[in-house]
Design a protein around this ligand. Structure first.
Ligand code: SAM
Ligand code: SF4
Length: 473
């Protein structure tokens, strides 16, 4: 091999994911000592991010009693730091043209069965109006990877989302899940005011990655892996990482997510705003998605969620409607901070129900409950569903980190703001039954507050009942 090819290959395959080391750590920490496991759990409860060797140790816990201690710690950490709020959002698919051929995805270029569509400006407005009329305030806009989805196009569509008002409502925060961009591209997208830019690495295992992404720009592992570095360099402070579980060994992927986190911390002084952990779901005419090579059982799924919670205590965690309602109810308690609800992923399906069918969708969702039903279920479970965007709108990025790092922040800012958005929902969109449970929850939360804050929150709630909107602390 000539020297140039050799050097090029080495440079291209170099990254912050030390595969050999991950395998070594997962091997070395097998059959962990219970005392060591408890020490690690305590470190996490003390709000410290774990080191790779520590996460590997937790991943190797098999003993049911010790595992229960891990679950209990994840529940405690969530409650102690973030309280009982759950932020709600909806995905909005803008277009499904794609030049890549990810073997698990219904939108892959070689899938001739799926119907290709990109929303026109009018259709996009219709979708936004349908979402706002359900009560949504936060969206994640989703795109295939295609030259027509240029940074200018993405920016334009986000701008339309922000400017489409309906009744009393509007979308107040738009997060993005799109292909990795150049630094210049990110700057164009940032200019319209976005929340989090999400890119999932899918699998951190390079060889598997190359096998499952055979064509198109996405076949470049490093371009994707460093995609969020470029976002940070362009000034986007909130970035979201994720792995698609089912493509490779789940323990390896959790280690990959942790190394990615550490890389962002070391390079930019701030870790990921959110971590996502989707599992593969069946997509039309996509054999791989029907039978992924590394299926993750529900038990292992719960374990990985709890271990991510303990490994990176400061990050937001997103659980999507890919998972069935019953499992979501259980997993939420293990540390999740955001869920989607009332989601439709057919292109145009919020305003035209008939578009919510397999040949227009990327994959199948297993929790099809409408937003109001999810709200009611959360309220009955003791959660405070929230549409809060106060930090983002006050220019405070990394809101999740403040909740974590500033004592009293949740009590004094997050809970009041969550209650304001809940009250707006109850006034404008809730069914009678949800309104009743919601009012009870608001009263219960008020009783927990110190009298001074309670008074101010009551004033805010009264303003909302009189018709004022977007009240915040
Ligand atoms: N096209 C862009 C990309 O791939 O980064 C952004 C949007 S893509 C539609 C969003 C995510 O959907 C992917 O990153 C992948 O993790 C997930 N996904 C793809 N196929 C899936 C499937 N069959 N089941 C569950 N999630 C899937
Ligand atoms: Fe295209 Fe994204 Fe689907 Fe891959 S996952 S085929 S890039 S839409």
């Amino acid at each position: 091999m000539c020297m140039y090819v050799f050097v090029k290959e080495r440079v291209e395959s170099r990254s912050f994911i030390p595969e050999e080391k991950i395998f070594e750590l997962l091997e070395k920490t097998k059959n962990p000592d219970p005392a060591r496991v408890r020490e690690i759990i305590q470190k996490s409860l003390d709000k410290n991010r774990l080191e790779p060797e520590e996460t590997a140790t937790l991943l190797n816990v098999e003993d049911p009693e010790l595992l229960e201690e891990i679950f209990e710690a994840a529940r405690t950490l969530k409650e102690r730091i973030y309280g009982n709020r759950i932020v709600l959002f909806a995905p909005l698919y803008i277009g499904n043209d794609c030049v890549n051929d990810c073997v698990y995805c219904g939108f892959r270029v070689s899938n001739k069965v799926v119907e290709r569509r990109t929303l026109t400006e009018e259709q996009l407005k219709e979708e936004v109006r349908a979402l706002v009329s359900q009560g949504h305030k936060r969206l994640i806009v989703v795109y295939g990877e295609h030259p027509k989805y240029s940074p200018e196009f993405i920016a334009r569509t986000i701008d339309i989302v922000y400017n489409t008002k309906y009744g009393n409502g509007e979308i107040r925060r738009v997060n993005v899940n799109a292909a990795p961009q150049t630094i210049e591209g990110y700057k164009i997208i940032k200019s319209v005011g976005i929340g989090t830019f999400q890119i999932f690495q899918e699998t951190y295992h390079r060889e598997t990655y190359l096998k499952l992404h055979p064509r198109g720009p996405k076949s470049n592992y490093n371009w994707r892996l460093y995609g969020l570095d470029r976002a940070m360099m362009a000034g986007i402070d909130d970035v979201g990482i994720g792995a698609l579980f089912g493509l490779y060994d789940w323990k390896f992927e959790v280690m990959g997510l942790l190394y990615h986190t550490i890389h962002l911390e070391e390079r930019f002084g701030v870790g990921p705003h959110t971590i996502s952990f989707p599992r593969i779901k069946p997509a039309i005419n996509t054999p791989y998605s029907q039978k992924p090579e590394h299926i993750v059982s529900d038990e292992d799924f719960k374990k990985l969620v709890a271990i991510i919670r303990l490994s990176v205590p400061y990050t937001g965690m997103i659980l999507t409607a890919r998972e069935p309602a019953k499992l979501r109810d259980e997993v939420i308690k293990l540390g999740v901070s955001q869920i989607d609800a009332g989601s439709r992923i057919g292109i145009g399906a919020y305003s035209h129900r008939e578009d919510d069918e397999d040949r227009k969708r990327q994959f199948t969702l297993e929790d099809p409950r409408p937003l109001d039903q999810v709200m009611r279920s959360l309220l009955k479970e003791g959660f405070v569903p929230s549409f809060c965007t106060a930090c983002y709108r006050a220019g405070r990025t990394g809101e999740h980190f403040m909740e974590f790092a500033i004592p009293g922040f949740v009590k004094n800012f997050c809970t009041p703001n969550a209650l304001f958005t809940l009250q707006e929902y109850l006034c404008d969109y809730a069914t009678e039954e949800t309104r009743k449970v919601g009012e009870e929850v608001i009263e219960r939360e008020l009783q927990k507050m110190n009298p001074k804050i309670r008074e101010r929150v009551r004033e805010g709630l009264e303003k909302i009942k009189r018709g004022e909107r977007d009240v915040r602390f």
